[in-house]
Design a protein around this ligand. Structure first.
Ligand code: TGC
Length: 391
């Protein structure tokens, strides 16, 4: 039986010794390398770039991918790592997701042998940062309406491409060594690898953010960007290309959100046991206990859901609507937990001395990217009714 009184369902017993060891290792990293500085990074709106090679060393970049220097760990281990990192901050887990689940997965799944050899080992080591450019200023939930266009630059097999358009909210774009860019062509949507420094590409960080401040999201413009034929991801055709990568990232979020929720709960529990009001600890009041219990119930249920999805993923049977349920539920509940935790902290909860309001603000982004609550609701609605209600 778990010795942790907050593990009421004894979820620890559902993990193997190897999984618990991985969780401990990534949790230690979060406690030693993220938590001591995260408030300052958040206030200063700084993404700690120096963590990239350390995260590579930790083995969490492209950790579920096989070969090419990638760690080849299980889906459950990847999920546990996402949960531990997001207990530090959603911005750090987002970096790991964009790098591994999106950019590296795109290259691993759809790239040529040369593209995999060129980029994946250095990305797994955190020496090269990748980004994933799908969303546009006017195409968020509806990527099929993207306007970014890649035109053939000549004819024949050695013809390259000319890329024009704009992308928005692209994580890590201004520090990326390689961009995975999804663009419309005369033959439908295709993916392209655009190395840093390619003429005609500009990436500008979006600075007016009240969420994800220890992270970078950019506007990216492609102005007559000339690419060779080798830039094309040969395996990807149509929106199935990017959506396959989004499945990976959405899965990781279902776990990660529970890390932010757990950290918020733990902050509220500790504070309530310490803080005296009207002569006794806050934790001794019925209203506080109800809040703590409600938080814990959702965290345990959400973690169990994430673990179930992980086991399905490792068995190779997971379906997109199952991932949608995990992402929708766990982010929605994590925000509620973080906000409730903030209320236990009273006025002190609005400072960066405590994590819950920072987590709640971050989770506003998490519930918006990789498919909004509304998109995942409608994916589930279509699944149960057979009727698409997107438009
Ligand atoms: P539909 O047009 O029917 O399908 C297009 C093609 O895609 C396939 N497909 C999937 N394949 C794999 N996994 C999935 N989950 C898939 N969903 C669809 C589908 O089979 C079809 O393939 P094919 O070969 O027949 O052409 O599209 P739909 O009606 O299923 O989708 C509608 C909707 C609204 C659900 C979809 O457009 C959607 O999911 N929209 C949300 C887009 C989204 O999540 N955007 C997030 C942007 S990326 C991001 O946020 C990264 S942020 C990280 C950072 O950079 O910081």
């Amino acid at each position: 039986m778990s010795t942790n009184p907050s593990d009421i369902l004894d979820l620890d017993a559902l993990l193997s010794a190897e999984e618990r060891e991985l969780r401990q290792k990534v949790g230690d990293f979060t406690r030693q390398r993220i938590k001591p500085d995260i408030a300052r990074w958040y206030e200063d709106a700084v993404f700690p770039l120096e963590l990239a090679p350390e995260l590579g060393e930790l083995g969490v970049l492209g950790m579920h991918l096989e070969g090419y220097g990638c760690p080849g760990r299980s889906a459950v281990e990847y999920g546990l790592a996402a949960m531990e990192l997001e207990a530090g901050d959603s911005g750090i887990r987002t970096f790991v997701s964009v790098q591994g689940s999106l950019a590296m997965t795109a290259i691993h799944t759809w790239g040529s042998e040369e593209q995999k050899q060129e980029w994946l080992p250095r990305m797994a080591a955190g020496e090269v940062i990748g980004c994933f450019a799908l969303t546009e200023p006017t195409a968020g939930s509806d990527p099929a309406s993207m306007a970014t266009f890649a035109q053939r630059d000549g004819t024949g097999d050695d013809a390259g491409w000319v890329l024009n358009g704009a992308k928005r909210w692209i994580g890590l774009a201004s520090v990326a060594g390689v961009m995975v860019v999804w663009a419309m062509t005369d033959d439908g949507v295709h993916g392209f690898l655009v190395p840093a420094g390619t003429p005609g590409v500009t990436a500008t960080p979006i600075t007016q953010k009240l969420s994800m401040r220890a992270s970078i999201q950019c506007d990216v413009v492609f102005d007559d960007v000339r690419l060779g034929p080798e830039a094309l991801l040969p395996g990807a055709r149509g929106l199935r290309g990017p959506f396959t990568c989004l499945n990976e990232a959405r899965y990781g979020i279902a776990w990660g959100a529970m890390g932010a929720a757990r950290d918020s709960y733990e902050a509220a529990l500790a504070y309530s046991q310490d803080r005296l009001q009207f002569g006794k600890p806050l934790a001794g009041y019925q209203l506080t206990q109800e809040k703590l219990v409600n938080m814990l119930v959702e965290i345990q249920k959400g973690t169990l859901l994430a673990l179930h999805l992980g086991r399905l993923k490792d068995a190779g049977t997971i379906r997109p609507e199952q991932i949608s349920m995990g992402k929708l539920n766990n982010v929605r509940e994590a925000i509620a937990v973080a906000r409730e935790a903030r209320s236990v902290l009273g006025g002190n909860g609005i400072t960066t001395d405590y994590s819950p309001l920072r987590h709640a603000a971050n989770l506003e982004s998490v519930r918006t990217y990789e498919g909004t609550d509304e998109v995942h609701t409608l994916i589930l609605g279509r699944h149960i009714t057979g009727l698409g209600a997107f438009h």
